[in-house]
Design a protein. Structure first.
Length: 134
């Protein structure tokens, strides 16, 4: 599949998971810390790469569902996407990520919201994706 790139961003990380990351424009400028659940310090005021991934994934997917809904004539005035991102050891060695998505809209019927979200379920990206309309 070919992609016509419309926007490219850059970020730099130092110190790995217990370090710091900053976007090229400086808007994202955060300290990172391995969470206590993974044996790290879980420093107050620091985030994790998974937090950043979940936030970006939810925002991108929300825009995609809104776009598909508009094309389908579905009105979604209060759409919320919850992204859950987990990390842990893989049976084959190393670490892996899992991600799930849940969509909530109070302004669309369950079937209409599900239909808008289901366009993406058949195209998982690296983990598991679920769409739940409530």
């Amino acid at each position: 599949m070919s992609v016509k790139v419309l926007y490219t961003t850059h970020a730099v990380a130092t110190g790995g998971r217990n370090g710091h990351t900053r976007s090229a424009d400086g808007i994202v400028d955060v300290d990172l810390s391995i969470p206590k659940a993974m044996g790290g310090p879980g420093r107050a005021g620091a985030t994790t790469p998974e937090d950043l991934f979940a936030a970006g994934y939810a925002a991108c997917f929300c825009s995609a569902v809104e776009f598909v809904a508009r094309q389908s004539g579905v009105r979604l005035s209060s759409l919320e996407i919850r992204a859950n991102v987990g990390i842990g050891p893989r049976e084959a060695g190393g670490f892996g990520l899992v991600a799930s998505l849940a969509a909530t809209s109070t302004s669309a019927t369950r079937s209409a919201a599900s239909a808008a979200g289901e366009r993406f379920v058949d195209r998982p990206v690296g983990g598991r994706e679920t769409i739940r309309a409530t």
